[in-house]
Write a protein that binds this ligand. Structure first.
Ligand code: ATP
Ligand code: FE
Length: 324
């Protein structure tokens, strides 16, 4: 089946073409709006929606061109319907429904976090059981996955998501937006000493990042150099993430780990995960282009869901907040 995958959940307009019979992504176009949100230090929902509306036709044409297909070749439409910024989600959803209606082909709504969870397996096949760590701009989740739709959330952040903490710390340090890649770059070239930052003590496999953010604010007020604070923040945040992940792996006796979401692009996190691999775990990471939001993961999961439960009605709505 030729599957179109659309994601407009946040500040990237992304459309991909996926060929399910070959388990291959034919194109994956992402148009980033970062520059328009830069002055605000975060994503403004109304601006995001307007930019999606301006760009979506262009991204669609480009996705078809790169894939080498015509509109009439599309056989299934998959679109992120939740969670995300409501005005932004609506642009992609309405666009997708329009194509499905015109071509009289099936339409499937996709859960954005489920798409992230399976993004390491685009082009391959997921193991039957794995532990998923989703680290994105809005989520920090540890999920025991026992197949499509069979999820046990064993840990989550009690306040900020790790990506959000990255973005807020970068903003405090005046480094720009989005903060993750900038702080990661600073970390890689930093060779000085690290500052002591607290690792929040919360029960079980849950996380908390707000204390870390407050600790960073104090260091900023005390006048420590931005590079030193940024590098120390990354060291603490990533060690904290991996520490809990290790505990969960032991507790649930799982050998396969799938890490996804924007923060899975992080160099230190990838380095620490390689160490786990040397300890005998199988670590599954998305290709760099599938770490942050993309249409390919939507098409990949949307197709799986379509096989499992069929199409959705065109009355399906966008939802800003929705659990897995
Ligand atoms: P959600 O998926 O929860 O709805 P989102 O779609 O906005 O949120 P993603 O696009 O998956 O989130 O990830 C974006 C986040 O990833 C941003 O917070 C960004 O700072 C962070 N990020 C990107 N690259 C890196 C990196 N190299 N290191 C750390 N964080 C990073
Ligand atoms: Fe995302």
């Amino acid at each position: 089946m030729i599957v179109l995958g659309i994601d407009t959940s946040c500040d990237d307009t992304s459309i991909a073409v996926y060929d399910s019979s070959k388990n291959t992504v034919l194109s994956n176009i992402v148009s980033s709006q970062h520059q328009f949100h830069l002055p605000f230090g975060g994503v403004v929902p109304e601006i995001a929606a307007r930019k999606h509306a301006e760009n979506i036709d262009i991204v669609f044409e480009e996705a078809l061109k790169v894939a080498g297909i015509k509109v009439k070749d599309i056989e299934l439409i998959t679109v992120t319907r939740a969670p995300g910024l409501l005005p932004a989600l609506l642009v992609g959803l309405t666009f997708g429904k329009g194509i499905a209606y015109c071509l009289n082909i099936p339409f499937k709504g996709v859960h954005h976090i489920e798409a992230h969870v399976f993004s390491p397996f685009i082009g391959s096949t997921p193991p039957e059981v794995f532990l998923a760590l989703v680290v994105s701009g809005g989520h920090t989740l540890l999920i025991l996955v026992e197949g499509l739709g069979k999820y046990r959330v064993i840990g989550k952040t009690l306040d900020d998501a790790v990506g959000e903490a990255y973005d807020k710390v970068a903003k405090m340090l005046g480094l720009g937006y989005p903060g993750g890649p900038i702080i990661d770059r600073i970390f890689k070239s930093y060779s000085g000493e690290y500052l002591e930052l607290p690792k929040p003590k919360v029960p079980g496999f849950n996380y908390s990042f707000s204390g870390l953010k407050t600790a960073v604010r104090r260091l900023v007020e005390k006048g420590y150099p931005a590079e030193q604070i940024a590098a120390s923040f990354q060291k603490t945040a990533i060690e904290y993430l991996v520490g809990k992940l290790k505990k969960a792996l032991k507790e649930f006796n799982v050998k396969d780990i799938a890490v996804s979401g924007g923060v899975s692009a992080n160099s230190l996190l990838r380095e620490k995960l390689l160490e786990l691999q040397e300890e005998g775990y199988r670590v599954h990471l998305p290709k760099m282009e599938y770490t942050s939001d993309n249409g390919a993961m939507v098409a990949y999961v949307g197709f799986k869901r379509f096989l499992l439960e069929g199409e959705d009605p065109l009355t399906l709505n966008a939802v800003a907040r929705l659990g897995l």
